[in-house]
Design a protein around this ligand. Structure first.
Ligand SMILES: NC(=O)c1ccc[n+]([C@@H]2O[C@H](COP(=O)([O-])OP(=O)(O)OC[C@H]3O[C@@H](n4cnc5c(N)ncnc54)[C@H](OP(=O)(O)O)[C@@H]3O)[C@@H](O)[C@H]2O)c1
Length: 268
């Protein structure tokens, strides 16, 4: 059987790199992307240049991969960035940038890849979202919103593609130890802001959670498990018990009670 072609955005570090390395060892042919020049091949991943915020770049990377392999069996929309700060104080251009990277870009890429999957009458698209996308977290509001949007649009795509052999799913990580904090836009802590004390505390919590986060190989194992399924579920979550239970609690508890739990956690 012909080797399956996997296309992973943001494979230069963290979760994307772990997924790429893992799948390459399982005999998939893996193409990964970075905005920066990379060796042609690293960790079994063949590199393409891609900036997910640029339509031309999305178009080019897809065209180059199709020209080379003639198909894309599995697309993993992994590239993403964080953003932190009081929503009121975040510059508009940073808000647009996070949505461009975490939502508009991935959707454009799906739309470029889908015609090739349709032609092959088969395909799997995995969107890496976040457990933070299931709730509006304080001082991470735009991150939660962008990941929540990607989760919701995945549900809509699935319904629209219900009678095809193209499957879409999301995998939402909890906290994993990667470079995400370094790439995240941090609104500066403003000495005169009424948000100062709470934002500072949340920022410390956020960074500690990532530093103490789990090994991203767990996500790679989940991706591999999902790839083997004939009909994947719409959403998967990977994280520790409390992280995975949180979206479930949101569904079970009253809105007011759940909000109080979050407020207590973030000392608000
Ligand atoms: N780590 C966590 O705890 C956690 C939790 C929940 C969800 N996630 C999600 O998991 C995904 C991977 O994050 P990570 O934690 O592995 O972070 P990471 O180590 O910072 O990796 C992010 C990757 O995204 C790529 N990227 C960033 N901006 C890009 C752009 N404009 N165009 C193309 N590629 C871009 C980076 O590639 P280059 O810089 O080389 O271009 C890098 O390979 C993200 O979607 C993130 O939101 C992470």
């Amino acid at each position: 059987m012909a080797q399956e072609i996997v296309f992973i955005t943001g494979a230069s570090s963290g979760i994307g790199q772990s997924i790429g390395k893992f799948l390459a060892q399982k005999d998939y042919k893996v193409y990964g992307t970075s905005r920066r020049p990379q060796p042609k091949s690293k960790n079994g991943i063949h590199f393409l240049q891609l900036d997910i915020t640029s339509s031309e770049s999305i178009e080019k990377a897809t065209r180059d991969l199709i020209a080379h392999e003639g198909k894309i069996d599995i697309l993993i929309n992994n590239a993403g960035v964080g953003i932190s700060g009081p929503i009121e104080e975040i510059p508009d251009e940073e808000t647009y940038k996070v949505f461009q990277t975490n939502y508009f870009g991935p959707v454009q890429l799906i739309n470029r890849v889908l015609p090739h999957m349709r032609q092959a009458d088969k395909g799997l698209i995995i969107n890496i979202t976040s457990i933070a996308g299931y709730m509006g977290l304080p001082f991470r509001g735009h991150y939660s919103a962008s990941k929540g949007a990607l989760q919701t649009v995945t549900e809509a795509y699935r319904l629209e593609l219900r009678h095809t052999n193209i499957h879409l799913t999301t995998i939402a990580p909890g906290d994993f130890s990667t470079n995400i904090a370094a790439g995240r836009y941090h609104a500066p802590i403003n000495e005169n802001s009424s948000y100062k004390a709470n934002y500072e505390l949340s920022l410390n919590l956020m960074n500690a959670h990532v530093d103490e986060g789990s090994n991203p190989e767990q996500i790679a194992e989940k991706v591999y498990e999902v790839i083997q399924k004939k009909s994947p579920k719409v959403h998967y979550k990977v994280g520790d018990f409390l992280q995975k239970i949180s979206p479930k609690l949101k569904g079970l508890l009253s809105d007011r009670f759940y909000e109080r739990i979050l407020a207590n956690h973030y000392k608000l």
